[in-house]
Design a protein around this ligand. Sequence first.
Ligand code: ATP
Length: 213
Amino acid sequence: MSEPLLQAVNLQCERDKRILFRELSFSILPGTVTRVEGPNGSGKTTLLRMLAGLNDAWTGELNWCGSSIANQREVFLRNMLYLGHRPGIKPLLTPMENLRALMAGRRPVSDAVLRQALQGTGLSGFEDVPCRNLSAGQQRRVALARLLIADEPLWLLDEVFTAIDADGVTALEALLQQRAAEGGAVLVTTHHDLALPGMQRLTLGAGGVTDER
Ligand SMILES: Nc1ncnc2c1ncn2[C@@H]1O[C@H](COP(=O)(O)OP(=O)(O)OP(=O)(O)O)[C@@H](O)[C@H]1O
């Protein structure tokens, strides 16, 4: 059995004196898609932000490839891609400029590859239009184009199906499965009815956490 990419041990998170979850432990293996689920306010976004290093209000242990993330933050950040529940793109910039900015500090990518990624998310002809002139779904697709050029083994995706049409949902589901087949790992939150073959579920709830694997 392969070693977990990410391991969480006894995570606890409190917000406004309310415990969102406690004693949350799970392992994320390569080649898996895990849906983080639970009702509104159960802490799905909070958990993903914690894993992405964007929230420090928690206790417990997080390990990357068997060693504490605290001792190898840069390594972890290089190997993880986080897409938040907002598209996170700049409205005054074009899709090309946004995608270039999203790749900044990662690895050099040619404009041809960026254009191909945008075309791959259905944005042919919109590559050089300011994003403020795009629809909500098109703006989301700009952020999703980042996935088409991602080489990070761990993807943390928060509500990325929002505003995406049926064809886009099918394409995104296929992309997640392909990523897992290539040995990557995906944690995804969604209110969309996602049920991929072999998908794991990590369920947060008012009464605590149920790991259904
Ligand atoms: N910035 C914040 N400051 C204080 N508390 C917050 C903040 N953001 C969220 N919370 C609290 O944390 C709880 C969990 O929020 P979170 O966004 O993680 O839930 P969620 O499961 O992703 O919900 P949803 O399904 O509605 O997206 C909320 O009930 C809210 O009260």
